[in-house]
Design a protein around this ligand. Structure first.
Ligand SMILES: [Zn+2]
Length: 370
């Protein structure tokens, strides 16, 4: 229902006493996930939390920008044809900044081994400085440059008409003066680039739908921001893990496992669990809950997640997927964590015999992503 005065959907009703701008997930969602993780995760996994996989051990499957775009459209369309159309519209301007020269560079990076020893990390990253400016024309949605595998240090979606954002410690996101969200991206041709392209698109879809509903990014509950991006990421994972090209299915499975392993470890650490592990887990839970339902149920839930009818918090999104009572949430958390447990056991079994070198000290690679 549109508000006649503002032309926008009314602000969603949040339960009394709950701050819609809180960065924190509601306890009703945190508790069941932590309990399920404590009960289900095997001791060997907890003991091995430092001995994880890293990008270097992943399959050397590489993707061109065009292939990456096609896979995302394929995945989003198979979830909901309307979402596929939205992806096509967003990806229309997803071209390299320097055209043919960048395409040549992409080609030359295809056979380069993964090396993340010298990306622009921390304070050395020019994109995070306060004097960095976004250079983008109206109507243009992307700024994309090719880099060698492992050298990507820029993946972010800047909301429409957003000011410079100060993260503290001398790190900033630039202002985006355009009336639409913009994605800045260093594409390195790995599965990581493909997955995070879907992630950033999740941010952009939420920003677009929020604007359509008469709201701005400031009305979006903070704990929903990463959750919305992870929905795009999980829709892609679900599609790629079943892909008919076995090399795609394999590397998607590896990436999913690495991401989930690193993040579920953080569930035991209350300070770190909010934005990423809980966003990642609850978006996965929501998707699993509706994946096999009819198109309209799927559309209803994903549009609720992305704020198409105005802002909603995670409890409201879960309710739209039929998870309304505390017991429903408990059951869902148990199912999700058990599934992950089986997944991780499978991976440890797969690699321990033939390639012992595959198990090395991992990194929390997702920590620096926006
Ligand atoms: Zn993000």
């Amino acid at each position: 229902m549109l508000n006649r005065k503002t032309g926008g959907y009314p602000y969603a009703h949040f339960p009394q006493g709950e701050d819609p701008q809180s960065v924190y997930f509601p306890d009703a969602v945190i508790g069941p996930f932590i309990d399920a993780a404590k009960n289900s995760l095997p001791d060997f996994f907890r003991a091995q939390r430092e001995e994880q996989f890293s990008h270097r051990e992943m399959s050397a499957r590489r993707f061109s920008l065009e292939e990456s775009k096609a896979l995302i459209i394929e995945a989003f369309s198979s979830y909901d044809p309307q979402l596929g159309d939205k992806a096509k519209e967003i990806l229309k301007t997803a071209q390299y900044k320097n055209g043919d020269a960048d395409l040549k560079a992409e080609e030359s990076f295809r056979h380069v081994a993964h090396d993340d020893s010298d990306p622009h990390q921390g304070r050395g990253n020019p994109y995070l400085r306060s004097d960095y400016k976004l250079d983008i024309a109206e109507g243009q949605r992307w700024v994309i440059s090719p880099v060698a595998p492992g050298q990507s240090s820029l993946m972010r979606c800047l909301p429409a008409s957003s000011p410079q954002r100060d993260y503290g410690d001398g790190f900033y996101d630039p202002a985006n003066p355009q009336p639409h969200a913009a994605i800045e991206y260093e594409f390195d041709g790995t599965i990581d680039a493909v997955v995070h392209m879907a992630h950033e698109m999740g941010h952009m879809i939420a920003d677009d739908y929020g604007l359509d509903a008469g709201h701005t990014f400031q009305d979006n509950p903070v704990h929903m921001q990463e959750t919305q991006a992870y929905l795009g990421q999980h829709i892609l994972y679900a599609h790629l893990k079943r892909h008919s090209d076995a090399s795609i299915a394999q590397v998607a499975y590896e990436h999913f496992t690495l991401t989930m392993t690193n993040n579920i470890c953080s569930l035991m650490d209350r300070d770190r669990l909010h934005s990423r592990p809980l966003g990642l887990l609850s978006a996965m839970a929501v998707l699993d809950k509706v994946q096999d339902q009819d198109l309209f149920a799927k559309r209803h839930v994903s549009e609720r997640m992305w704020g198409r009818m105005g802002p909603a918090d995670i409890n409201q999104v879960l309710a739209s997927a039929g998870v309304e009572r505390p017991d429903d949430m408990k059951k869902l958390a148990q199912i999700e964590v058990q599934k992950l447990h089986q997944h991780l056991q499978g991976l440890v079994k797969d690699v321990s015999a033939p390639t012992p070198s595959a198990v090395r000290r991992g990194q929390d690679f997702s920590a620096g992503l926006a």
